[in-house]
Design a protein around this ligand. Structure first.
Ligand SMILES: [Zn+2]
Length: 141
């Protein structure tokens, strides 16, 4: 019985340390601009230290949200991989293809990739550049 209690307790703890959540396309709304999240390839999410999840339809919305929301300073930030495999990337590990031709929903115009090679491919297609998260944040200033 004691083992069972410990096992259940472990499950509860695992449930609290929330990782990125699935985006419900056309149902979830952006926590910043309040538009429906209609394209999962540009979705992002911010998880506060307390485990509260905020979802966004465009990486630029997460940038603006974090600037304006003090509780979000120690949050973990994730961006959806542009290849739409449902994979979430830590913003600090992702490579962003950035350029006007990317045409993201709110015109943040950045697509996230796990590998630099894929980001470079996309960047050359859209005549853009490959940047990291810190540069993307700077561009919105
Ligand atoms: Zn938005």
């Amino acid at each position: 019985m004691r083992k069972l209690v410990i096992a259940l307790f472990a499950i509860v703890i695992a449930g609290c340390s929330s990782g990125p959540e699935k985006i419900n396309v056309d149902l979830d709304t952006c926590a910043y601009c309040e538009m429906k999240i209609s394209d999962s390839r540009f979705a992002s999410q911010l998880i506060t230290s307390k485990g509260k999840v905020f979802k966004f339809d465009d990486h630029s919305c997460m940038v603006e949200f974090q600037k304006e929301t003090e509780t979000a300073t120690d949050a973990r930030l994730y961006v959806a991989g542009f290849d739409a495999k449902g994979e979430w990337l830590d913003v600090n590990e992702a490579f962003f293809a950035y350029g006007e031709e990317v045409r993201s929903p709110m015109r943040g115009n950045a697509a996230a990739f796990k590998s630099e090679r894929e980001a470079l491919e996309m960047a050359s297609r859209v005549k853009g550049e490959v940047i990291k998260w810190a540069e993307l944040v700077k561009k919105s200033e």
